[in-house]
Write a protein that binds this ligand. Structure first.
Ligand SMILES: Cc1cc2nc3c(=O)[nH]c(=O)nc-3n(C[C@H](O)[C@H](O)[C@H](O)COP(=O)(O)OP(=O)(O)OC[C@H]3O[C@@H](n4cnc5c(N)ncnc54)[C@H](O)[C@@H]3O)c2cc1C
Ligand code: SF4
Ligand code: SF4
Ligand code: SF4
Length: 377
């Protein structure tokens, strides 16, 4: 049976929970706010299925895609609402138009992030855009399997480890499944997100959250919290929640030891940001969002609704290492969560952990003064 001794060896996909024939595994949050499986040993019949479907115990092989593209959706409204080039929505609309089902993430009533499915284009809007919080996958592998068995076309989207979990859970290939992974830097703790909203006084009156608001440009995107009486819109590099994420303080332990990178999840399609446009497509992008799309089969991308240009995968990943490599473990991560457990504010913790030592600050100050003096001469 599953027994989590090393937290970096569990990505929280809940494939084990959903496959257990005795329903004797439950996901429980730890003090950092990440969920881990806990087995009721009395009810367990030692069938070993939970271990068989675990993507961390059974990682896939790294793969090089057949084709890699720079891509963007030709519908500008959809592209604006999407985090990258809006390719997810194009793929999803195609599946829905054929009577299929699309699984993705949306906010719940308390602004937590959950997986869900939709069968209409209206339902799709909630899935659009990156939410930088680990989503609760719930029993969506079970639901997806039921649709697949009925013969419905299913697009299942998620982080690479969620796709790896789905593929292990299903234990066989389905021609009617389109598994779409989004490249993944890592996922922050749902509890850190909740605390951040509370500190902002936002939890009770949030009306909308956009993690990647492009009104300040795609590359210098902002986090936008719309509340009933005010709006907070901060560039990501000034936003404390995003700093904790980007510096690697608030992410799940498995994200520093990711076993689903480099297309090893088994997904049919990888979606990512396309960085390095001048080098990859010979021209700069328009700063409205551009996707990197990697596919293993011909004809997976609907024609007509996408602008596409083929690029070299090996070149593209040079500008986007999170596709192939885990982020290094930040040595201050433990300190972050110790302070978090004591109830210190996210802004306070991030401010403290990112503050440079006095000697380094003094040296920087001296350098700026010297530069100014030299510049004046
Ligand atoms: C936590 C996270 C980290 C990411 N890190 C990187 C990165 O380091 N480099 C990079 O190039 N791209 C990263 N991405 C992917 C990128 O931001 C876009 O999501 C992707 O390129 C698809 O964009 P799009 O414009 O086609 O569609 P969008 O409409 O922006 O894509 C939405 C898709 O993302 C899924 N999604 C949104 N939030 C979550 C979540 N919390 N968990 C699982 N799935 C989610 C939705 O279900 C949907 O399938 C990350 C995404 C997430 C969610
Ligand atoms: S060994 Fe079988 S019964 Fe026991 S927890 Fe795992 S899946 Fe459930
Ligand atoms: S990685 Fe997924 S399947 Fe493996 S133990 Fe964790 S939740 Fe269960
Ligand atoms: S970095 Fe890896 S382990 Fe972490 S959420 Fe992303 S895919 Fe999962």
């Amino acid at each position: 049976m599953i027994n989590i001794c090393d937290k970096s060896m569990c990505c929280g996909c809940a494939a084990c929970v959903q496959r257990c024939p005795k329903q004797c595994i439950a996901m429980r949050a730890d003090s950092e706010g990440f969920f881990y499986p806990l087995v009721d040993a009395v009810r367990c019949i030692d069938c070993g299925l939970c271990e068989k479907v675990c993507p961390m115990l059974n990682p896939g092989e790294e793969r090089v895609p057949l084709h890699t593209y720079a891509a963007r959706c030709t519908d500008e409204d959809i592209r604006r609402e999407s985090s990258s080039g809006g390719v997810f929505s194009v793929l999803a609309c195609e599946v829905l138009a054929g009577g299929g089902v699309v699984f993705g993430t949306r906010f719940d009533n308390e602004w937590g992030v959950v997986h869900d499915f939709c069968t209409t284009p209206e339902g799709l809007a909630a899935f659009r855009g990156s939410k930088y919080v680990q989503s609760n996958i719930g029993d969506n592998y079970i639901k997806a399997e039921a649709f697949l068995k009925e013969g419905r076309r299913v697009l299942f989207s998620g982080t690479p480890c969620q796709i790896a979990g789905l593929k292990r859970f299903l234990r066989r290939e389905y021609d009617n499944l389109l598994a779409v992974e989004v490249a993944c830097h890592g996922v922050p703790s749902p509890l850190v997100w909740r605390r951040y909203l509370e500190e902002r006084g936002a939890l009770c009156n949030v009306e909308n959250v956009i993690f990647r608001d492009k009104s300040t440009g795609w590359k210098s995107y902002s986090v936008r919290l719309s509340m009933d009486k005010r709006t907070l819109c901060e560039p990501f590099y000034d936003n404390e929640y995003m700093k904790a994420f980007i510096y690697g303080y608030s992410m799940r332990p498995s994200c520093y030891n990711c076993k689903a990178k480099a297309r090893s999840s088994g997904a049919d399609i990888l979606l990512a940001d396309l960085w390095g446009a001048p080098h990859l497509i010979g021209a700069d992008d328009d700063d409205k969002g551009m996707s990197l799309v990697a596919v293993d089969k011909e004809a997976l991308l609907p024609s007509g609704k996408l602008w596409l240009k083929e690029i070299e995968y090996s070149e593209a990943v040079k500008y986007n290492s999170s596709i192939v490599k885990s982020v290094p473990l930040n040595e201050k991560r433990d300190e972050f969560f110790v302070k978090f457990a004591k109830g210190e504010s996210i802004a306070g913790i991030v401010g403290e952990l990112t503050r440079l030592p006095i000697a380094q600050r003094a040296l920087g100050f001296l350098k700026r003064v010297v530069k100014k003096i030299i510049g004046r001469k």
